[in-house]
Ligand binder design. Structure first.
Ligand code: HSE
Length: 311
């Protein structure tokens, strides 16, 4: 055992919003207010075991936290195993990056337990591998890289280890709707079309480019317009959510600049000019869900610029 190694370490992995309208598997942002905490404890031998405050799969290759920890142990040839305790603070299947938060927290906690041989950029592969467990093996970085680094991250769908940290000119005021429903990412990906029209694809690509430009320059009102017209993914997924159209309409009527699903849903988020408006928007979105017969909670949140952290 290296002198810097510790027996036990804990990390907090924050929640995140992904897709942000036209950025399927490409764009995400880390947010305040929710997260998963993972405690890593050194074990003799090479095994990984896991406990949690909820029921999670025990097999390392079926659990985002364990699989991310496994990648870290392998990357540094650690010569030990790890026991993980995963405290889920993010509701399962909510659409705010719960699997990503667990993967990022597990990778960072395991790294800390080993004396921190790796920096955050060295953990990109580990967290992408962990997150892929929740997506039938598809690596996508639009939740897990924001959870790792904080802030907004652009990631390549074809090679998610290729990423850019996108600077925001000022913080975001966000309203969040958490319906009392679960949508699992793998299921929500399985219903997506394998082919789309050239016109829809090019229009989406254009909107995403303009949206990122406007995030960087601070033209958030325009960001909101691009956010609301994804042509490829959101129309398919939203068709299964009875509150979606009304929640968007009420969010905009209450002053939001834009409103969209986050990730595979069912959560929705809205971008607002200020915190007071974000509160009104959250109330309006909850009312839409309740009117459609779905219990829901509303929150106000903001961008988290730190990402996974030691606790
Ligand atoms: N980009 C992913 C999806 C995020 O929409 O399937 C899943 O949380």
């Amino acid at each position: 055992m290296d002198s810097k190694d510790v027996r036990t370490a804990a990390a907090f992995g924050p929640a995140s919003l992904s897709n942000l309208g036209p950025g399927f598997d490409t764009l995400g942002i880390c947010i305040e207010g929710w997260g998963d905490t993972v405690t890593a404890t050194r074990k003799e031998g090479h095994g990984i075991t896991v406990d949690s405050n909820i029921l999670l799969p025990q097999e390392p290759a079926k659990n985002t936290a364990s699989w991310a920890a496994h990648q870290v142990l392998s990357a540094v040839d650690a010569g030990c195993g790890v026991h993980l305790y995963v405290e889920k603070g993010i509701p399962l299947g909510s659409g705010i990056g719960g699997s990503a938060a667990s993967a990022a927290a597990a990778a960072w906690a395991t790294n800390l337990m080993l004396g921190q041989p790796l920096d955050k950029p060295d953990l990109v592969n580990a967290v992408l591998e962990g997150e892929a467990i929740a997506s039938d093996g598809v690596r996508h970085g639009d939740n897990v890289l924001p959870a790792l680094f904080g802030g907004m991250v652009l990631t390549s769908p074809s090679n998610p280890a290729d990423y850019r940290l996108i600077p925001l000119s000022r913080s975001l005021h966000l309203a969040l709707l958490l319906p009392d429903l679960r949508v699992f990412t793998a299921d929500a990906r399985a219903i997506l079309p394998s082919h789309v029209s050239l016109r829809a694809a090019t229009e989406n690509a254009g909107d995403l480019a303009f949206q990122i430009h406007d995030f960087i320059t601070g033209n958030y009102e325009r960001v909101g317009c691009y956010m609301m017209r994804d042509r490829l993914v959101e129309p398919v997924r939203s068709a299964k959510l009875p509150f979606y159209a009304e929640a968007r309409a009420r969010a905009v009527a209450a002053g939001a600049w834009g409103c969209a699903l986050t990730g595979s849903g069912p959560a929705m988020f809205a971008l607002a000019p200020d915190e007071c408006t974000a509160r009104a928007v959250a109330v309006a979105m909850v009312a839409a869900a309740v009117a459609a017969g779905i219990a829901a909670s509303g929150f106000v949140t903001a961008s988290d610029m730190e990402g996974v952290r030691t606790v």
